[in-house]
Design a protein around this ligand. Structure first.
Ligand code: TYM
Length: 326
């Protein structure tokens, strides 16, 4: 069986970008592959080190989101990064062989430096973010990594690091592939920038219908459509993108036609979307409430998964230490 690995930073509840960019894919892969999914709490610390309060709470909330969306502890290994200390050891060893230039030219590093206002991320740990991510991935000899588009550069660096290790010390690691769901690899938020917690433009899996309606009503539609009487272009409208995901296909056709002929205004179109979204997310919202009331059960699932992950990590580290003669 091929191995799949992916992770998410516990920086808050999950949003639709996380769901459509990654989580739905994680769920779908569970039946066919051997899957490892983990909470990247050390990665969250790279940008939240000044205020780490809540990381453990966020970890449980994230795991509750995962279970609600359909990840199953019977099928997949669900674990917490900081509980598998081997990740830190491998990160250290990989840091010896990773040229600074690979990290300095990492596009997500430059973007985030500009984006994370009010946070001082001019740290060694933040520059080394992709090295830790490489350790996460190759530790489990993963064949493929299901992620959204923004993570492609990190998986590229991972491949380079794996190759360099193998070249220097012998063939220990595999070079992982990126697995993208093309149509939803980059979900836009209500302001049309990438949906992200830090932009405050997200809709969250646990949002109640009122919140969904309020946020949806503020979504930017086709920017060229100034008046209701103007015909719109669903092809460039973010609201329409979500209709394709949440509204039944017959209705989507009507919305497409109504928008193009100006028979359907954006306000009404967004109201329809709010209803579809609230309905579509209802099962997740209910399960989420169930798990949030049972933190001990969620903790136990993560503890069991961590045991399994550690067993694999220990084995990999034996080969790594032999390679570097330690
Ligand atoms: P993170 O926590 O930022 O995001 C988790 C996953 O959600 C995807 N995603 C999106 N996809 C589409 N549209 C969006 N607007 C959107 N926002 C987020 C991300 O692409 C990601 O798949 N560095 C990683 C965490 C990590 C990791 C790893 C991932 C640490 N180690 C090893 C894979 C393998 C991150 O910050 O993801």
């Amino acid at each position: 069986k091929k191995r799949i690995l992916s992770g998410m930073r516990p920086t808050g509840p999950l949003h639709l970008g996380n769901l459509h960019g990654a989580l739905n894919q994680w769920v779908a892969l569970q039946d066919e592959y051997e899957c490892f999914y983990f909470v990247a709490d050390w990665h969250a610390l790279t940008s939240n080190y000044e205020d780490p309060v809540g990381l453990d709470e966020f970890t449980l909330e994230m795991a509750a989101d995962w279970l609600s969306a359909g990840l199953s502890p019977e099928k997949s290994t669900l674990f917490v990064q900081s509980h598998v200390k081997e990740h830190a050891e491998l990160f250290l060893i990989l840091s010896m062989i990773t040229p600074l230039s690979w990290l300095e030219r990492n596009p997500t590093y430059k973007d985030q430096m500009a984006q994370l206002v009010g946070k001082d991320v001019s740290t060694f740990g933040f520059l080394g973010y992709p090295v830790l991510q490489a350790a996460d991935i190759i530790m489990y000899l993963a064949d493929a990594v299901p992620v959204g588009e923004d993570q492609i550069p990190h998986v590229e660096i991972t491949r380079e690091i794996a190759r360099r290790f193998n070249h220097l010390y012998g063939p220990v690691f595999r070079e992982p592939q990126v697995l993208l769901t093309k149509a939803t690899a980059r979900i836009l938020g209500i302001d049309r920038r990438k949906m992200s917690k830090s932009y405050d433009n997200a809709i969250y899996l646990g949002d109640p219908p009122e919140t969904i309606a309020e946020r949806t009503s503020r979504m930017i539609t086709d920017p060229q459509r100034a008046r209701k009487s103007d015909p719109g272009d669903p092809g460039v409208c973010n609201v329409f993108e979500f209709h394709k995901l949440y509204t039944d296909p017959e209705k989507v056709k009507e919305i497409d036609a109504g928008c193009r002929s100006a028979a359907l205004g954006c306000v009404e179109c967004k109201k329809n979307l709010a209803v579809s979204l609230a309905e579509g997310l209802a099962p997740i919202r209910e399960k989420r409430a169930h798990y949030m009331e049972r933190p001990d059960q969620v903790k136990q699932i993560l503890a069991d998964g961590t045991q399994k992950a550690r067993a694999v990590a220990r084995q990999t580290m034996e080969a790594v230490r032999a390679g570097v003669r330690l």
